[in-house]
Design a protein. Structure first.
Length: 381
């Protein structure tokens, strides 16, 4: 099993996953220009005009799920089988994801109200009761048919359900069998998907269970795999992504597409995790300048995931004032917009989000120490 101190390379992978998602959504920064070349949403157009490797950078979401599977398997592995430790785990998970998510969700609603409905990325109706209901359910990360008010929040619903599963595993003394549990659930999810059966709008027993499974499996075997062959593992991951991209662009039926993507993406992420851990163990890549930069972005990856949509949208509004720019200028603006999202996220994370998270953990730890003489288990990231 991996010691948490030996998996710092996962921060680099978090950074990579976040950057891929930002690039995938970066059409927002140039969509109002006449020379917009980064079309989003039209799969047929992208397959006809772009290389396949550029059409599936939303694999960043799958990488995030795999990393979560690894980290959660590591966090709960040695927890005692009790309701108390399960509750502590859930509270610490909530302290990590909920405050920033609530803040940016509120920003969506505030922007809608201030703009008199012109900025409406959440498809709000403008009527108080239905909008209040949607907002309240969004804050609680309840599965819903049209997604929460903050668009990227759909992934957090999957994350939250996964946390509940981990908490149940702790109570049932299955915390050391999380990979096996996820494998069984993945098989069930595949069966449901083949028969086009959805549970709670596709959030419960979804094919994304496969991503979490590969992450938990990586935790179980990375101690062995990372000791040798990391170059081959990273090569397999790179070639796997190219192959998967070409396969997904080949026109698979929808029923197969929703299964092939998490299965293939999970395998790619699995080899990325084990390969990067091995590379860091041998070459100490996290201590190099590029590694240190990527680790800072990795630390801010959650903030980047939440804030990038706002930054890119603002950059898009700014460039709409001069839409007739030549392609070289649009390219520069495109790159600048991506870098701006990253810089804003790192600043917000380091100055506000991460210090506030540490403050909340400290407060929770103080309350726990007053209520019981036993030391609480640190389940934080």
């Amino acid at each position: 099993m991996q010691n948490p101190k030996n998996v710092a390379a996962l921060q680099i992978l978090r950074a990579l996953a976040a950057i891929l998602v930002v690039i995938w959504h970066s059409h927002l920064a140039i969509k109002y220009t006449d020379a917009n070349y980064w079309v989003e949403g039209d799969a047929q157009y992208r397959m006809a005009h772009y290389p396949a490797v550029l059409n599936h950078m939303d694999i960043g979401v799958d990488i995030f799920f795999c990393i979560s599977g690894f980290i959660m398997a590591m966090l709960i592995y040695k927890l005692p089988s009790s309701a108390e430790s399960s509750f502590t785990f859930l509270v610490k998970r909530a302290l990590r994801i909920v405050p920033p998510y609530w803040f940016f969700s509120a920003l969506v609603v505030i922007a809608f109200v201030v703009s008199s409905g012109k900025f409406n990325v959440a498809n709000l109706s403008g009527h108080f009761l239905p909008d209040a209901s949607l907002f309240f359910r969004s804050l609680l990360l309840v599965p819903m048919p049209d997604g929460p008010v903050l668009g990227v929040g759909w992934t957090l619903i999957h994350e939250t359900l996964f946390y509940y599963l981990c908490a149940i595993a702790v109570v049932l003394h299955l915390n050391r069998r999380l990979a096996e549990l996820l494998f069984v659930l993945s098989v069930i999810a595949v069966g449901l998907s083949l028969f086009k059966i959805q549970c709670l709008y596709g959030f419960v027993l979804s094919p994304y269970c496969i991503d979490f499974f590969f992450g938990a499996l990586a935790f179980r075997v990375s101690g062995i795999m990372s000791k040798s062959g990391w170059r081959l593992q990273l090569l397999v991951a790179a070639l796997g992504y190219v192959g998967v991209s070409m396969l997904l662009d080949s026109g698979l039926p929808d029923a197969l597409y929703v299964l092939v993507r998490p299965l293939a993406s999970g395998l790619v992420s699995f080899f990325l995790i084990t390969g990067l851990i091995g590379a860091d163990g041998e070459r100490s890549i996290t201590t190099t300048l590029p590694g240190a930069v990527m680790m800072r972005i990795g630390d801010a990856s959650y903030t980047l995931y939440l804030v990038h949509w706002f930054v890119l949208s603002i950059m898009g509004k700014l460039i709409s004032v001069v839409p007739h720019l030549p392609i070289p200028a649009v390219i520069v603006w495109h790159v600048l917009s991506i870098l701006s999202a990253i810089v804003v996220a790192v600043v917000l994370a380091e100055k506000i989000e991460l210090p506030f998270h540490r403050y909340l953990l400290a407060r929770f730890g103080q309350r726990g120490s007053r209520s019981t003489p036993r030391a609480t288990v640190n389940t934080g990231p």
